[in-house]
Ligand binder design. Structure first.
Ligand SMILES: *Cc1c(COP(=O)(O)O)cnc(C)c1O
Length: 443
């Protein structure tokens, strides 16, 4: 399988290059050259397949024959070693829990699969691959957990001192082994500037093998398609299925669109956002106007310029490289996707409503999804809506407890973190110190 750039379909690379490069040089995004529906036999067997079986079949379909069966099976088994259960709220509403991985959020699927693929392609090289990441909080945690103990890969995470939550800091600084935390006396922008300097430092790169773990890496989207099939398997035959996706950069929703192209019978998608409503506005009016993000309760969705938008339009036959999708693309997208946005006040009320009605504690991101599904189903009864619950409520414990007025359960692996000791190397904002650290540690 080749992967092309959304800015130039004639620019094609293999999966290995797509993963290690992350972004094509033309600033497009990589997409698989062919997304072919799975055979009917797959859907006939689906009810008897395990989550990992499903993952293997889909990975094979999206990656082509490049990786031998046995190796691909190992990659999928290691990456997808936790379940994605569907919980029924009522006849029309279901929740797909994507938070059973190590960092308690759906990003674990992408991070774990990407790390295993990188390790696979790195296994024959003599030197370790060094992944450099700057984080403002959440992505760093998923990358740390995803790459933890991966052979041949070292991860260096730069985070701004005092500007991430205690829990986030623990997720970055307590794992040890191949995960190294640098606590930067500065801002997230300083962290990012240091990482950028390292990548353009040819002298450094001649001595160390550096790579990034970018959130728009195509290898992250692939495993995110698996759980759409897994959810469909669990709810079984019946009324038409719609997926409601709490969205920020729209990676999750894009993965859903890919699942649909792979033959999954999805009746409709619902894009749920907080006040950062660029995509719902676009669906409504046909104008794509990015804007600075505004902070909200569902902060993992605070995105003013969703990075996967180019992939979404591309899947709807948008002409390559144009910033603004034309009328036909807009109409095609509206037929398949409805978008709604909700304020923090409404979201808080929804967290309470879901607990009162269903006895289910939902996190603020999932609550935005609940609201959007409810709104859509008002006009479309007789459907089964599956809300993607993107994080465990205890990740947002102070807010959820304040909203509900009582304490909530914390999974043991999270509770254990609080007891563990932070290990981080304090550095300033100058590049030279970080450079010396890298050479000293890894050369
Ligand atoms: C990243 C994230 C989202 C947004 O997902 P996208 O794929 O960027 O749309 C939603 N909820 C949580 C908890 C997240 O961490």
């Amino acid at each position: 399988m080749k992967f092309y750039s959304t800015n130039d379909a004639s620019h094609k690379v293999g999966i290995r290059e797509a993963i290690f490069r992350g972004l094509p040089a033309d600033n497009g995004l990589y997409m698989p050259e062919r997304i072919t529906p799975l055979p009917e036999s797959f859907f006939r067997e689906l009810s008897s397949l395990s989550f990992a079986d499903i993952g293997f079949r889909i990975a094979r379909q999206l990656l082509g024959q490049e990786i031998p069966d046995e190796d691909l099976r190992t990659i999928v088994d290691e990456a997808i070693n936790f379940p994605a259960p569907v919980v029924k709220l009522d006849e029309e509403k279901y929740v797909l829990e994507l938070f059973h991985g190590p960092s308690l959020a759906f990003k674990d699927f992408g991070a774990r699969f990407m790390s295993r693929l990188m390790a696979y392609y790195n296994q024959d090289s003599e030197n370790d691959l060094i992944i450099l990441v700057a984080t403002s909080g959440d992505t760093g945690g998923a990358v740390a957990a995803g790459f933890y103990d991966t052979p041949g890969i070292q991860v260096v995470i730069l985070y701004p001192s005092g500007k991430v939550s205690d829990l986030q800091e623990k997720q970055l600084t307590t794992l040890g082994k191949n995960i190294h935390a640098l606590e930067v006396a500065g801002t997230f922008d300083d962290c990012q500037a240091i990482v950028k300097q390292a990548f353009v430092d040819q002298d450094l790169r001649s001595q160390l093998r550096l790579s990034s773990a970018n959130s728009i890496n195509i290898s992250r989207l692939i495993p995110q398609t698996f759980y759409y099939f897994e959810a469909y398997k669990q709810v079984g035959p019946g009324q038409p299925i719609v997926f409601c996706v709490p969205s920020g950069n729209f990676g999750n929703l894009t993965a859903g669109l890919i699942a649909q192209r792979l033959g999954l019978p999805v009746h409709h998608f619902i894009a749920a956002t907080n006040d950062n409503d660029v995509v719902p506005q676009f669906l409504e009016r046909g104008e794509y106007l990015t804007k600075p993000s505004v902070p909200t309760l569902s902060n993992a969705m605070d995105v003013g310029a969703p990075s996967n938008f180019a992939r979404m339009t591309n899947l709807h036959d948008h002409v390559m490289g144009l910033d603004h999708p034309g009328k036909e693309t807009h109409e095609a997208m509206r037929r398949g996707i409805s978008g709604y946005s909700f304020s923090d006040d409404t979201t808080e009320a929804a967290v309470r409503e879901v607990e009162q009605r269903y006895g289910y504690v939902i996190d603020p991101h999932g609550a935005v999804g609940y609201l959007a599904l409810k709104r859509w189903q008002k006009d479309h009864p007789g459907t089964r809506g599956i809300i993607l619950e993107t994080a465990h409520p205890s990740k947002f414990k102070p807010d959820v407890e304040r909203i509900l007025g009582h304490s909530i359960d914390v999974p043991e692996r999270l509770a254990r973190l609080a007891q563990q000791e932070k290990v981080a190397t304090a550095v300033g904002t100058d590049y030279a110190t970080v450079r010396a650290y890298l050479l000293d540690k890894f050369r």
